[in-house]
Design a protein around this ligand. Structure first.
Ligand SMILES: Cc1cc2nc3c(=O)[nH]c(=O)nc-3n(C[C@H](O)[C@H](O)[C@H](O)COP(=O)(O)OP(=O)(O)OC[C@H]3O[C@@H](n4cnc5c(N)ncnc54)[C@H](O)[C@@H]3O)c2cc1C
Length: 221
């Protein structure tokens, strides 16, 4: 189970299931074989397959990146699982070269026992626990949760009841993109101009990829 429970916050009558954002690379490859696979496709351009050595992929990938010959990086893809707010997921799916599978608020009924009869939410990092701002925020979220559960109880389908759920509701989003598209994603989303949550997740995923795929992503760190 990837879900990372951060805290269950209780104060008086307020009770919220607060979880943390996270991202995990779901790697399907032997990293060196995957990068050699890209190298072979590149060498087809120049018919230089015979020049391939144990580690020539490192220099070859660097050369493609330096010369902006990015289409050569499209021959493999990586999948990452994001656990984040709905607001953040909306930013992620703007990247048009991705393939997406997202937890459905239409088909999932959070009032069911399987989901603990509650929604899960994420606390904005700049709203600190035990502050007056946190009380304003948490009361609003609790009220949204109550409205959702009341609507379901009254026979309204999840696909309509979800209209009262907040932007900070937790979602799970599986994203698949090729290295070129991930590079574009990191350039935009690791930037100081990006919003806190997506920036934190993008930087984390970039670190995970750099562990085994440094020749493909290391220049972006
Ligand atoms: C700091 C920040 C603030 C933002 N604020 C807003 C906002 O206020 N409102 C809002 O609506 N969005 C906002 N966005 C989202 C932004 O407009 C893009 O939708 C998002 O960043 C995806 O980037 P993209 O379109 O470059 O790339 P992707 O969809 O990831 O595509 C990657 C690249 O492929 C090429 N490409 C893809 N599709 C086409 C196409 N149809 N034609 C030509 N080239 C194409 C482009 O070179 C593009 O850069 C913001 C993004 C950032 C990073």
């Amino acid at each position: 189970m990837l879900m990372n429970f951060h805290a269950e916050w209780n104060q008086g009558e307020i009770s919220l299931r607060i979880v943390k954002s996270s991202v995990k690379l779901l790697d399907m490859y032997d990293p060196i074989e995957a990068m050699k696979h890209i190298e072979s496709r590149i060498r087809n351009c120049y018919k230089s397959e015979d020049k391939s050595t144990e580690d020539s992929y490192i220099r070859m990938l660097g050369k493609m990146i330096d010369s902006h010959h990015y289409s050569t990086l499209e021959h493999i893809s990586f999948t990452a699982k994001f656990i984040c707010t709905r607001a953040c997921s909306h930013q992620i799916v703007r990247h048009r070269h991705g393939s997406y599978s997202q937890e459905s608020q239409r088909y999932i009924n959070y009032s069911r026992g399987k989901f603990g009869s509650e929604i899960q939410v994420m606390q904005p990092p700049r709203i600190m626990t035990n502050t007056p701002e946190f009380v304003i925020w948490s009361k609003q979220i609790e009220s949204a949760e109550k409205a959702y559960l009341d609507l379901i109880k009254a026979g309204i389908k999840a696909q309509d009841a979800r209209s009262v759920l907040p932007n900070c509701a937790k979602t799970e989003l599986d994203v698949t993109m090729n290295p070129r598209a991930w590079r574009d994603f990191f350039k935009l989303r690791c930037s100081p101009h990006a919003q806190d949550e997506i920036r934190m997740l993008a930087k984390d995923l970039l670190e995970q990829l750099c562990l085994n795929y440094y020749p493909l992503f290391g220049d972006l760190k």
